[in-house]
Design a protein around this ligand. Structure first.
Ligand code: P6P
Length: 340
């Protein structure tokens, strides 16, 4: 037996003892999340067999055709989380409005923003997909949670993380005391601690972005990408390009191997001037997680992601995130070429 097998429940409890201010309620919420992740993992891994691949009958709130697994994941997280007594409201990518806690259930002191199944357009190609979640304390006065509780800046998060449904299912989270990774052992149905205190390398050798959008990026972003693809002697080392097109898969690799992930603002679609990714349940949790692992994040316009004050539930934001030295180098190009 390699070292002691630490389940996520035991780890959360032991970590909770180190930080007495963390209430038991908070630990229970994380355990509910882990349970929901097991349910979704089972569905995702069985997708091909249970004929739930392919488009659902209708489109989601953003006019995107909703994959059946999207719907299953969305409903699984709601069903697993709405009766634990820890939440006052939820917000999901798949729901235009916030999701209230049913009348018959106890209302708690936290809210959760989540993307139930990010990257779902890749499901048919059997590419890794993921769930992303962000937890805040309720701040509104009334009993029930409100949009204002969900629309807090990333620097107010109390927990954030993702589940990556890949060759194995992993849950990676932070509560502000480091980043910890757990791998699901299907035999026992437990998430076991496999990556304690994860740290992102100071600098990586991989850049990750959709270069098909190059024409639409700002000059600073274009010059940065040109630089890391060049043989400029100022370059610390050559870079490789890796882009899955599934946010959780690209971020998980960036966390483990280092480097930089970019979904910058682009002028491709005037309706989406800030790129494709959402602030509340994609960029903010990812940015906090990477910063907790020693990395950096920015929006390409001079702000850190965690300082952005949300203005709408599903607002989009550019996301540049990764190894400290790589993000600092990117910011230098933005400062040099984009500051008018
Ligand atoms: P593009 C998947 O659809 C997703 O929402 C993220 O998971 C991913 O990072 C991004 O879109 C990919 O977008 O425009 O490069 O295909």
């Amino acid at each position: 037996m390699h070292g002691k097998l630490m389940t996520i429940s035991r780890f959360i409890t032991e970590e909770g003892r180190k930080f007495p201010q963390a209430t038991g309620e908070f630990s229970d919420l994380l355990e509910d999340l882990a349970l929901a992740a097991k349910v979704v993992s089972y569905q995702v891994n069985k997708a091909g067999l249970l004929d739930i691949i392919g488009h659902a009958e209708y489109e989601n709130v953003h006019g995107e055709r909703q994959q059946k697994l999207d719907v299953i994941a969305h409903e699984a997280f709601i069903k697993m989380l709405d009766h634990g007594g820890h939440l006052a409201a939820m917000a999901s990518e798949e729901s235009e409005e916030i999701i209230p806690i049913p009348d018959q259930h106890k209302i708690g002191n936290y809210i959760i923003n989540f993307d139930p199944l990010d990257g779902s357009s890749n499901i048919d190609a059997n590419i890794s997909v993921g769930t992303i979640f962000s937890v805040h304390r309720k701040i509104s006065a009334g009993e029930r949670g409100t949009e204002a509780d969900c629309m807090q800046p990333g620097n107010k998060q109390v927990a954030a993380g993702y589940v990556v449904y890949g060759s194995s299912t992993m849950l990676v989270y932070t509560t502000g005391h480091g980043v910890h990774g757990f791998t699901l052992d299907p035999a026992v149905g437990e998430f076991l601690l496999s990556h304690p205190y994860m740290k992102i390398p100071e600098r990586g050798k991989i850049y990750s972005c959709n270069e098909g959008n190059y024409t639409y990026w700002t000059e600073g972003t274009q010059k940065y990408i040109d630089f890391i693809k060049s043989d400029n002697p100022d370059l610390k080392h050559p870079y490789s390009s890796r882009y899955v097109g599934s946010l959780v898969a690209d971020i998980h690799r960036t966390l483990l191997y280092g480097g930089i992930f970019l979904y910058p603002a682009d002028r491709k679609d005037p309706k989406k001037p800030f790129g494709k990714l959402r602030l509340l349940y994609e960029a903010a949790p990812i940015a906090w997680l990477i910063e907790q692992a020693g990395g950096l994040s920015c929006d390409g316009f001079g702000s850190g992601i965690l300082d952005l004050v949300p203005t709408s539930l599903h607002q989009r934001v550019p996301l540049i995130v990764g190894s400290r030295e790589d993000v600092i180098e990117y910011r230098d190009f933005i400062r040099k070429y984009d500051r008018k």
